[in-house]
Design a protein around this ligand. Structure first.
Ligand code: FAD
Length: 510
């Protein structure tokens, strides 16, 4: 069964989609992030040109490539500013070219910021210290499908919609459906530890990956994993999943795939409150059901998405696959809803969710009109989830200029779930940057104090770097030691993930 929202009306595929136009002339747009930038000496440039046919130093191109969907960067774009520019854009066309580029940069202490779809929402691919921006989009396509083991061997620059269309033509699905399906790549999913909307059945990307090809900072190419399970030390796949380009560059991946399902069921429910709804989700999961989509919206978000009247929380459930399993899961969903006084609502709510689930235009429209709009996804144990939701909403609603803050539960597990907050605020134009930062400060502190994680699937980037040490505690030193061992010159995506950078520090202008 192909997905209705990504069938033939799909946009041009396989290229980054810019978040918002840069006001004015992009080639003269000023950089907001102030840091000592590394330029490329002529001999290094020549070496990079011969290692990799595609390099570019056009200031307008570098301005566009140096930003992603980080809402703060979108705000800057409306002011004719960009986060930062690399000194040179390099677009390798093969894993060997990636290795050559990294070897040259490592020998010459040039920072390298990998980027792909640039759909990250936290500035993770921004080249903070100049140097090389390593655009991975030319490494695209599926190299092989192992139809017996149900594994696809895919190149990292493959965009989500290209991946799914190609698999679909062969009768398979990858099952990974981020809202940014058309905007993001396989390498970006892995580097950010992403989650798709059907993750309860198919898993988060760390559950989907079986093996990786990675090029280390010094140009050494390695392969990790490759087996359904193994006991040969720690899982090295997971070392690179979520490392946001700081520990190695992913040049290939073996991902689980599934036969295209031809049976699907769906249902919608409402509950008297978010709290009751969360108890229902917990019950569904802890009784063993895993419907692909199990999403619960607080009354405010339910009304915004489905026009339900802001009185009750609303839930969307969808499953696909083997009829016997789908029917069993949907029976558990229904029985748990009865236990929690859930009301069965019209299925059109699910249809409406399916239709609009990959729509991304609202963000651009609101930011262009001067509002601060952003999202924050975290996870927590069931025991802490209600406090995390309440404390964070309170912090978001107390922020200067706050207009609205809502939450939904988008991904669930035996031990807990993901809470996804959406917020909007109004602000004097000159104060938008500071207000955005202060909203993140108070809401993140509220999450961490209530026992939540820093992120569930968007990652860290620049925006959350300042919180990583608090979130990881003693683990931060372990992460830094790994970084120092794998990348002693610190060239890979410096300034990200809260790691120290040999290229210095950075600050914001204005
Ligand atoms: C509207 C919208 C909706 C979104 N919805 C979701 C969602 O449902 N689920 C979700 O998980 N995320 C979502 N995101 C966030 C974003 O799409 C993901 O983080 C995505 O995984 C980023 O992929 P990308 O190719 O765009 O990577 P980029 O933004 O280009 O890069 C992100 C990070 O990955 C690193 N990187 C990229 N490629 C490689 C590589 N080959 N090797 C090493 N490092 C690499 C970069 O250095 C950077 O640190 C959404 C974003 C937007 C704008």
């Amino acid at each position: 069964m192909s997905d209705p929202s990504t069938s033939e009306e799909s946009k041009p595929i396989g290229v980054p989609v810019p978040p918002i136009a840069i006001t004015g002339d992009a080639s003269t747009a000023t950089s907001v992030i102030e840091a000592e930038t590394v330029s490329i000496p002529d001999n290094v440039r020549r070496a990079l040109e011969s290692a990799c046919g595609e390099v570019n130093d056009d200031p307008a191109v570098l301005a566009d490539e140096g930003r992603d969907w980080w809402p703060l960067a979108m705000i800057w774009a409306t002011e004719g500013r960009v986060p930062a520019r690399a000194s040179l854009l390099v677009r390798p066309g093969s894993p060997n070219e990636v290795a050559d580029v990294l070897r040259i940069c490592n020998d010459n202490h040039i920072p390298v910021s990998p980027s792909a779809g640039r759909s990250g929402v936290l500035g993770a691919s921004v080249p903070l210290f100049g140097g090389v921006q390593l655009d991975m989009c030319r490494l695209d396509g599926i190299r092989d499908v192992d139809e017996t083991s149900l594994l696809a061997d895919v190149l990292p620059g493959t965009f989500g919609n290209v991946y799914e269309h190609t698999l679909g033509d062969a009768g398979y699905t990858g099952g990974h459906w981020p809202q940014s399906m058309d905007l993001s790549t396989v390498g970006g999913w892995l580097a950010c530890r992403g989650a798709g909307q059907f993750s309860t059945r198919y898993g988060k990307i760390e559950d989907i990956v079986v093996g990786l090809d990675v090029v280390l900072a010094d140009g050494t190419a390695i392969s990790t994993g490759g087996y359904p399970r193994e006991a040969v030390g720690p899982d090295l796949n997971q070392l690179f999943v979520g490392s946001e380009g700081t520990l190695g560059v992913i040049t290939g991946a073996r991902l689980k795939i599934h036969p295209l399902p031809d049976y699907r069921r769906q249902a919608a429910y409402s509950f008297d409150s978010l709290e009751t709804g969360l108890e229902w989700v917990r019950s569904v999961i802890q009784r063993g059901a895993r419907p692909a989509v199990l999403r619960l919206y607080d009354p405010l978000e339910a009304d915004r998405h489905f026009g339900t009247g802001a009185e009750r929380a609303a839930a969307v459930v969808l499953d696909e696959g083997e009829p016997a399993i789908v029917d069993a899961y949907m029976a558990v969903v229904e029985s748990a809803a009865n236990d929690h006084d859930g009301t069965r609502e019209d299925d059109s709510i699910v249809d409406s969710w399916l239709e609009k689930r990959n729509e991304v235009s609202a963000l651009e429209a609101l930011i262009s009109r001067g509002f601060i709009v952003d999202t924050m996804e975290v996870s927590g144990r069931w025991a802490d989830l209600v406090s995390i939701a309440q404390n964070t909403l309170e912090a978001l609603r107390a922020a200067p200029g706050a207009l609205a803050a809502g939450v939904h539960c988008s991904h669930s597990y035996e031990a807990g779930a993901c809470l996804y907050f959406t917020f909007a605020a109004e602000s004097e134009p000159s104060a938008r940057q500071l207000n955005h930062q202060s909203i993140w400060e108070s809401a993140t502190r509220a999450v961490l104090e209530a026992g939540g994680s820093l992120s569930h699937h968007h990652g860290v980037g620049i925006n959350r770097s300042r919180f990583v040490a608090d979130a990881l505690g003693g683990g931060m030193e372990v992460l830094q030691s790994l970084k120092d061992a794998l990348d002693p010159n610190g060239i890979l995506n410096p300034g990200k993930l809260g790691l120290s950078s040999p290229f210095g520090t950075y600050s914001y202008v204005g």
